[in-house]
Design a protein around this ligand. Structure first.
Ligand code: ZN
Length: 64
């Protein structure tokens, strides 16, 4: 998960370990937010690369 290395401001421990109520609340909130905090998901990157590859192949095909 993306919050594995997130450090708690309350107890200075890893949020993923849930050492204090703040940790557990933060962890629960992050888990509810679709589990991925980054706006770009790996699936989106793969889809973009495939689309780019398709465009490159089409252009090469058109010019050759
Ligand atoms: Zn904490």
């Amino acid at each position: 998960m993306t919050f594995d290395r997130l450090v708690c401001a309350q107890c200075a421990g890893p949020v993923s370990e849930g050492r204090c109520p703040t940790c557990r609340a933060t962890r629960a909130r992050l888990e509810q937010e679709s589990g991925w905090s980054s706006p770009i998901s790996p699936a989106a990157i793969v889809a973009a690369l495939i689309a780019l590859l398709a465009v490159v192949l089409l252009v090469e095909h058109a010019t050759a």
